[in-house]
Design a protein around this ligand. Structure first.
Ligand code: AMP
Ligand code: GLY
Length: 433
């Protein structure tokens, strides 16, 4: 089949790489994809602005399946446009993407479906928000309601900090429309895990859990980033927890979508806190995680394109056993572990320079169990240059987690660009126990 991939970063390179390895894929096209994606897909430079542009591009190129990486086009309704054109698309309709773009609505949905999550209330009035924050005690979590490029959450350790975060949103509109409402939320303690449920509108099948590393520096210090590395499967996420999450989180969410007439076909990304009282939802996203996708794609055993097409066509249950385990609603994976280390530009997550030459990118060529996924890169003649905050996601997999970690770091040390920085403790959390 002919597959069209939307998006151009590290997550999309990982998706493209795995789609490219899928026997069912005749041609993979990723318009404006980065130089890493260009190694495994056609990456024509085309200006596609409106949904109509995308749909007619897909028609001209006889596309059989569209796969969407980022949340923004989903929130903009691109899946609705492709559904109306009867072209199968993996990614939820706008009404479903709201699970990520409105935290207040996500909370309301969780409440109706009885999904375990932190206690929270939504406010537009700063004084009322502060009063509720006082009742919850410290630490307390303040969140902008809408999309805020990963910067909308404050874990406040003092009342002043909580008050400031509330004012930044409701008084100063720090994130524009996304700040019109704030959530004031109970602080949850535990380890975090990212779980992806692949959904066909009715059923939901899960991938192994991954752990992201959100802070910029070792030992989870420094400011939050988009994610500095990940590993999977996460040993803390036991089969018992996986079972609870399927029964108490993912299936109830899909059932709630159906009750509301939302036909959700795509990924449900559950950001979970594994608390003393069981797994609780921190947030939902409507797309794959970045950099979690970089460690999950190497683990998938079967044909990814057939899997995503089955979701898009509402028939997960019809998949062969080589792709899905129907007995426990999981996606079949290889008995391996993977680690990815993000190499970032100097200054990231703040301001950074672009356009610096990268050396050592051929380091992984000879290794069948490693890939250097490109996140923010560009090509200038024969030279690959930095073009983003997160530049590369160096990924290796092996029979054990420590082996995958050691091999990822071996590769990392062979790559360089001016000011490159990375965490040296990705996956250490799982190994120090
Ligand atoms: P989010 O953007 O909702 O994923 O939040 C970003 C990060 O803030 C999460 O990955 C958690 O580390 C932290 N966080 C969010 N909500 C809570 C909460 N209720 N309790 C503790 N930590 C939280
Ligand atoms: N890695 C977290 C995210 O993609 O939102």
């Amino acid at each position: 089949m002919n597959v069209l991939l939307i998006g151009s970063g590290g997550r999309e390179h990982a998706l493209a790489w795995r789609l490219g390895n899928s026997p069912s894929v005749a041609k993979l096209t990723c318009p404006n994809g980065n130089p890493g994606i260009a190694q495994v897909a056609e990456t024509p430079r085309v200006a596609l602005h409106s949904h109509e542009d995308w749909v007619s591009y897909a028609r001209q190129n006889a596309i059989d399946l569209v796969v969407v990486g980022p949340e923004a086009p989903l929130d903009g309704g691109i899946a609705d446009a492709f559904r109306a054109a009867a072209i199968p698309i993996f990614g939820p309709v706008k009404a479903g993407a709201r699970i990520e773009s409105s935290k207040a609505w996500a909370k309301e949905l969780m409440a109706s479906a009885g999904i375990p999550t932190a206690r929270a209330r939504t406010f537009t009035d700063p004084a009322e928000a502060k009063e509720f924050a006082r009742q919850l005690g410290l630490p307390v979590v303040i969140k902008a309601d809408g999309l805020a490029a990963g910067k909308g959450v404050t874990v406040a350790l003092t009342r002043q900090e909580a008050g400031r975060a509330i004012d930044e949103n409701l008084v100063e509109s720090r994130f524009g429309d996304s700040s019109a409402k704030v959530l004031v939320e109970e602080f949850m303690e535990g380890e975090e895990a990212s779980v992806f449920g692949l959904c066909d509108g009715v059923d939901v099948y899960t991938l192994p859990a991954a752990q992201d590393h959100k802070r910029v520096r070792d030992n989870d210090e420094g400011p939050n980033t988009g994610g500095m590395g990940a590993y999977a499967p996460a040993p803390v996420y036991t089969n018992g927890i996986a079972d609870i999450v399927r029964r108490e989180v993912l299936q109830p969410l899909v059932d709630e979508f159906r009750r509301r007439g939302i036909d959700y076909r795509g990924v449900i990304f559950a950001g979970l806190m594994l608390t003393q009282h069981g797994p609780k939802v921190i947030e939902f996203n409507c797309r794959f995680g970045d950099p979690e996708t970089q460690v999950l794609m190497p683990l998938i055993e079967g044909d990814l394109a057939l899997l995503l097409l089955a979701c898009a066509e509402g028939r997960l249950k019809s998949l062969p056993e080589s792709i899905a385990n129907h007995a426990d609603s999981t996606i079949r994976t290889r008995p391996l572990s993977a680690t990815t280390v993000v190499l970032a530009s100097a200054g990231y997550p703040g301001d950074y320079t672009k356009g610096l030459p990268i050396t050592g990118l051929d380091a992984a060529n000879a290794d069948k169990n490693a890939v250097i996924f490109h996140a923010g890169t560009t090509r200038d003649n024969n030279q690959v240059l930095t073009a983003g905050g997160r530049v590369l996601a160096v990924t290796a997999w092996d029979t054990t987690l420590p082996k995958s970690q050691a091999r990822a770091y071996e590769l990392v040390r062979r790559i360089s660009f001016d000011g490159c920085h990375y965490r040296s403790d990705i996956a250490a959390k799982a190994l120090n126990k």
